[in-house]
Design a protein around this ligand. Structure first.
Ligand code: PA5
Length: 457
């Protein structure tokens, strides 16, 4: 693992209206103690099992992948939220480093998605991986039903070899299917929440399939865990992320922008968007008070968003804290050719690698934001590697848990998401949801009667 965690610009706030000083930061020992103690206490009782994942054995995954490796060249993951975003993020990052097999992650029920899958893949060489911790989510259930029907029709003799299911070890509809129909099953551990599960079978099976070094991912996570267990706040990167974001949130910075300067890491920022948003956006505190807290995570891409969002970031409201993610060494690079050397409009670019331009622009944006008083962090990866990606994942899982406990909320549940799932069941006429259905019927009637709708032909 080789990551530099630069937090200097959290405290360079001369122009900041409500800055946090280093002294104040260091003095917040109580908040950190609360977070550390809750973290330690919850480790044994709540779904904080992500801390143990770096130590797990992955031999069962590698043995299965060995069996199927010559038969399939593509995997399609069918899942949503925590059962999809991590798979995509790890794949997109490592794909830049080595030749991988093909992975598609379909995490929506948009019909155009299905059209895309069925017209893109070679069905003969494709294996499907249905992932759902609960085993009951409507979107994943629908995709599962569609694909099992498709496989039975197209491969009646061996459809069972073409689908694997990753779900809870006992509960849910999908586990029953694994048992009754005899599909290859993998497990989402009970004590690991959906969005914290990328380093379980959820993310490791698809990663191992495409030839990502999953032991490397875990080694990186393990190395980072040591830093996130560090008692001294100023040496613990997860604690620094959590504390800075919470203190600045209390000072009115309700938006957290993660901006990697590398396309391969854009999906990592998308994964962050889920873990930070879904874990910290909560109505009730641990002691049952209505608090409605949370910080809105935003994903941006350098340099692309310099020409879209950065104007707002620099001159707009001071309601944001930023995290840049920079890659120091690019495995593949291209050089801007030595042409137009006599044209001063462009000759400063001659002979320079694209990575140099990219990273210069990252520093330029960091500088521009710092100068006008926006707090920011810089995470520099020496290069993209399994170790660094595993470390990054663990860092943000730990930071999210710490931040949740600093806010005195439960970062591991998602009652708002569950409410949406229940309303969907009711709307789609699932048995046992009559009360919810009645409530929705009334809501629709009221809305229709109110009639504030413009039909624009
Ligand atoms: O983090 C979470 O728990 C959620 O985002 C879930 O991952 C998502 O709702 C999908 O749930 P499941 O894996 O049970 O289908």
């Amino acid at each position: 693992m080789d990551i530099k965690f630069d937090y200097t610009n959290l405290f360079r706030h001369s122009k900041m209206e409500k800055g946090v000083s280093k002294e104040q930061f260091k003095s917040e020992k109580e908040l950190c103690e609360i977070a550390k103690n809750l973290f330690a206490a919850k480790k044994s009782t709540d779904p904080l099992g992500f801390c143990e994942l770096p130590d797990q054995s992955v031999e069962h995954i590698l043995a299965y992948i060995k069996k199927i490796e010559n038969r399939f060249d593509t995997m399609v993951v069918l899942g949503i939220g925590g059962s999809a975003l991590g798979n995509k993020a790890v794949y997109k990052a490592i794909k830049t480093q080595k030749k991988l097999k093909q992975l598609y992650v379909y995490d929506n029920v948009c019909p155009y998605f299905w059209d895309e899958i069925l017209t893109t893949i070679n069905p003969e060489k494709t294996i499907f991986n249905v992932i759902s911790k609960s085993g009951t989510t409507a979107e994943t259930s629908a995709s599962f039903m569609f694909i099992i029907d498709y496989l039975k029709k197209n491969f009646p003799a061996d459809y069972k070899d073409r689908l694997i299911i990753t779900t809870d070890k006992e509960k849910g509809f999908l586990r029953k299917i694994v048992e009754t129909e005899g599909f290859q099953g993998f497990i989402v551990p009970d004590n690991v929440g959906g969005r914290f599960s990328v380093l379980t079978d959820v993310g490791l099976v698809s990663s191992a399939f495409v030839r990502i070094d999953i032991k490397g991912l875990l080694a990186g996570a393990k190395a980072m865990r040591k830093h996130c267990d560090e008692q001294d706040i100023m040496k613990n990167p997860a604690m620094i992320i959590a504390l800075s974001h919470i203190l600045y949130m209390q000072a009115g910075k309700n938006i957290s922008v993660m901006m990697p300067y590398c396309n391969a890491l854009y999906d990592m920022a998308d994964w962050y968007r889920q873990i930070w948003g879904e874990s910290l956006g909560k109505r009730y505190s641990l002691d049952g008070k209505e608090v409605c807290v949370g910080q809105t995570p935003v994903q941006a891409l350098g340099t692309t968003d310099q020409h879209s969002q950065v104007q707002l970031y620099v001159e707009g409201p001071k309601d944001k804290i930023f995290t840049f993610v920079m890659v120091e060494n690019f495995k593949k690079d291209y050089t801007i050719p030595n042409i137009f050397t006599d044209r001063k409009e462009v000759n400063y670019l001659c002979g320079k690698p694209f990575s140099a331009l990219l990273n210069a622009e990252c520093l330029a944006t960091e500088l521009a934001l710092t100068e006008v008083g926006n707090p920011n962090l810089m995470i520099k990866m020496k290069e993209i590697s399994e170790e660094n990606i595993g470390a990054f994942i663990y860092l943000y899982e730990a930071a999210t848990a710490f931040a949740g406990y600093m806010l005195n909320i439960n970062p591991l549940d998602q009652p708002g998401v569950e409410a949406g799932k229940i309303a969907t069941y009711a709307l789609m006429n699932k048995e046992g949801f009559d009360t919810e259905r009645e409530k929705i019927k009334k809501y629709i009637e009221n809305k229709d009667n109110q009639g504030d709708i413009l039909c624009i032909d």
